[in-house]
Design a protein around this ligand. Structure first.
Ligand SMILES: C[S@@+](CC[C@H](N)C(=O)[O-])C[C@H]1O[C@@H](n2cnc3c(N)ncnc32)[C@H](O)[C@@H]1O
Ligand SMILES: [Zn+2]
Length: 263
């Protein structure tokens, strides 16, 4: 966070995920709970440290059993994710194509040249090049798994995607101000969130009025057997309205496009 204007931009964007308070950046270690490069809430005084170069906004409230499990599983799976995920999908769905899938996801966001985007569940960043190719706007990624997000950070540098802010955090307690993103993509995992209703309400909160929230998810046999394919529809907050649900690759994935309309 050396650059003063970048820091200003980030501070304007961020809020305490616990109480919504404004944050300050602690350049130096200060007092109790402070460590160099951490953020501190000006309202509740919670401190959010840097972990492996990434600001960590995961709070204990987020770690329900299923979110704990997701974090642990994705931390283990992270080194294999990019190599295995595509191969597994092609084994299960022979017509699967990762570039086609990611193009469809990016297209569903209806991006203009300056559209701002938050991807919740950004993982290793597979969608980011496809999103960046369509917008020069603010691009932010968030994930609960530090191992997935470290790979993402490496990819952002390697692929020269410009400024992409990455944060450790959880979908149910987003560390962002209200009304800041034109588009919010929940890029996979909604079926296993600890509290999908809360995560959708958070996506709507941080999206601009008249913005779009897009939920991408797979609907494999497991999600069907668990009865989770319609989960986001069952817990939609009042300020999100269904525009479209599109099935991809013969119903193996869906894209749920939601209009934000705050009363
Ligand atoms: C299927 S991966 C998708 C990654 C990426 N969007 C992609 O398309 O390759 C799901 C991601 O969601 C993250 N995740 C799961 N539950 C989460 C939660 N409650 N909050 C934030 N991230 C979560 C996991 O760590 C994982 O990286
Ligand atoms: Zn706070």
């Amino acid at each position: 966070m050396g650059d003063a204007s970048l820091l200003e931009e980030v501070l304007a964007l961020l809020r305490c995920p616990a109480c919504g308070g404004q944050l300050e950046f602690l350049e130096q270690a200060e007092g109790r709970g402070g460590s160099p490069g951490s953020f501190r809430c000006l309202s509740c005084a919670r401190v959010f440290p840097m972990r492996r170069g990434l600001p960590d906004f995961r709070i204990p409230e987020c770690f329900t059993t299923s979110n704990r499990l997701s974090r642990a599983l994705y931390n283990i799976y992270a080194p294999l994710y990019n190599r295995l995920e595509n191969a597994l999908a092609r084994m299960i769905w022979p017509d699967f194509s990762e570039p086609r899938l990611r193009r469809e996801i990016a297209a569903s966001l209806e991006l203009g040249p300056d559209t701002s985007v938050l991807e919740v569940c950004v993982g290793t960043g597979g969608n980011l090049p496809y999103i960046r190719a369509r917008t020069r706007g603010l691009l932010v990624g968030l994930d609960i798994s530090e191992e997935m997000l470290c790979i993402c950070a490496h990819k952002v540098k390697q692929m020269d995607l410009g400024t992409v802010y990455l944060f450790l955090g959880c979908a149910e307690y987003l560390p962002f101000a209200s009304d800041v993103f034109d588009r919010v993509l929940i890029g996979g995992g909604v079926s296993y969130f600890g509290d999908p209703g809360r995560a959708l309400a958070e996506a709507a909160r941080v999206a601009t009025d008249d913005g779009l929230v897009v939920v991408f998810e797979q609907s494999s046999l497991i999600e069907r057997l668990l009865g989770r394919v319609d989960l986001p529809l069952r817990c939609l907050p009042p300020d999100l309205k269904v525009l479209e649900r599109r099935w991809l690759f013969g119903g193996s994935f869906y894209l749920l496009k939601l209009a934000v309309g705050k009363s």
